[in-house]
Ligand binder design. Structure first.
Ligand code: DLL
Length: 434
């Protein structure tokens, strides 16, 4: 089912014309209003009128998470703060988050792409949708919320946590759609079993799952356990939030709403554009965003783009399910975690050596983070009670930096393997992309 047939099924030639028009306006806009882009474009000798075809996209500079970090908090905004009606934020590589801003027009576009996403999954105005993504600075809750309201569905804005209550409301309200991370969906299934609630007797029929990598196999497992159709939604705060791309029931990958988000695949090493069908890093240019427009944002997500038509009739370019990352970002219980954040939390304490290892595992549906930390010979020889106090202190410091729980394990000096080149900071036993 389409939400906006005209845009979703636009003939490719017409779409290219629209994309070019929007790209030209975007480059003009950032050239006039964002000092960062003005400077870089001048340095590169690129003027807005140099963008004459979509191929000229390759002339434009990339934008990276580092650029966003340097612009903290509002220096990449293209509009004065009085026009910004909302900010969201996600974790940065060190202490400071990445902040994104939306004008009222941006919120309208975001609601539109989320309405499209939900409709693409088969959600209608007859549905009752329980939104169990976090509400707050994270984009998941509010993004899907606005899309669902626009679609006319009945929204239950429950946010994350309180699993038993989630299940009670599902039963009492007759919830038909659940939106949450796939790992939380598994947890819901597990708790239902404990509560002896039979999913077949619920009215639940669709799950809108994303915000973290999940395999097709995990999808099947969730479908069986909850007796629903599990659909993949992709997005990132820098670009908008959820609703950048959405899977349709034909199982042919995710449709990127490319009238707003222009995708490319590049070789992450050389930055060269790669053709359709080749695996590489997804790069997105925000064609219509007003508050926080980005040229060629490097998502660090690895995927493949496909242009062949999809039986659903949508002409949007498709991407394969996300296949990995080109950086060391982990997503643990839906929260983006960079090893460097753990490092700064440890070093701030003044009592840990800079040798640490993040061990991530999944017990049932729950991600478990263990941080192994080397301490000096002297500290390690201390009494057990003092070591325990130190463990707790480090644990607290990591938890307050990351916003998720972690278990700290102090280890003897020289236990963590030293590497010849890039340090290995992570052992991820979850096998998320398979
Ligand atoms: O996770 C936005 C979102 C909310 C998407 C709810 C879908 C549903 P961030 O916190 O900025 O934004 O994290 C973005 O999460 O670059 C991917 O690495 C990962 N990610 C998001 N969706 C998927 C997905 C939100 N469907 C980062 N499959 C992205 C795999 C995903 N990875």
């Amino acid at each position: 089912m389409y939400w906006n047939r005209e845009m979703e099924c636009m003939p490719p030639e017409q779409k290219k014309k629209l994309q070019l028009e929007r790209l030209q306006q975007l480059v003009q806009r950032v050239y006039e209003t964002v000092p960062h882009y003005q400077r870089i474009l001048r340095e590169m000798g690129v003027k807005p009128h140099d963008i004459r075809s979509l191929d000229d996209l390759a002339k434009l500079p990339f934008t990276t998470k580092d650029d966003l970090r340097r612009a903290y908090p509002f220096n990449l905004f293209a509009r004065p703060m009085k026009d910004i009606v909302r900010v969201h934020a996600s974790s940065g590589t060190t202490g400071k988050p990445t902040v994104v801003g939306y004008t009222a027009e941006d919120i309208a576009v975001w609601s539109e792409v989320c309405a499209r996403s939900l409709a693409c999954a088969g959600v209608t105005d007859n549905d009752i949708i329980q939104i169990a993504y976090g509400y707050g600075l994270f984009t998941g809750g509010l993004g899907i919320h606005y899309g669902a309201e626009k679609l006319g569905a009945t929204v239950v804005p429950i946010s994350t946590g309180n699993t038993k209550r989630q299940i009670m409301l599902m039963q009492d309200f007759g919830t038909t759609v659940i939106a949450c991370t796939p790992s939380y969906a598994l947890h819901l299934a597990e708790v239902m079993e404990e509560m002896e609630v039979d999913p077949v007797r619920l009215r639940l029929r669709i799950g809108i799952f994303g915000a973290e990598p999940w395999s097709k196999n995990l999808g099947r497992e969730i479908e069986q356990k909850l007796n629903i159709l599990a659909v993949d939604i992709y997005g990132l705060s820098e670009i908008m939030g959820p609703g950048v791309a959405m899977e349709c029931p034909y199982d042919m990958g995710l449709h990127i709403f490319d009238d707003h988000f222009l995708p490319e695949i590049i070789d992450p090493e050389t930055g060269e554009q790669l053709p359709y069908g080749e695996k590489g890093e997804l790069v997105i240019t925000t064609l219509s965003k007003q508050g926080f427009p980005l040229l060629r944002y490097r998502t660090r997500d690895v995927t493949i783009l496909h242009e062949e038509p999809c039986p659903c009739g949508r002409t949007h370019v498709r991407m394969s399910r996300v296949m990995g990352r080109t950086d060391d970002m982990l997503i643990i219980r839906g929260v983006n975690v960079f090893p460097s954040q753990v490092e700064s939390a440890l070093l701030e304490s003044g009592q840990a050596e800079p040798h640490y290892l993040l061990v991530v595992d999944r017990k049932g549906p729950l991600d478990i983070l263990e941080v192994w930390v080397e301490v000096s010979e002297k500290v390690f020889a201390d009494e057990v009670r003092r070591l325990e106090t130190l463990e707790k202190k480090l644990q607290h410091s990591i938890e307050s930096t990351l916003g998720i729980s972690a278990k700290v394990k102090l280890v003897e000096p020289k236990t963590i393997e030293r590497s010849q080149g890039k340090a290995k900071r992570v052992i991820d036993k979850r096998d998320l992309y398979k």
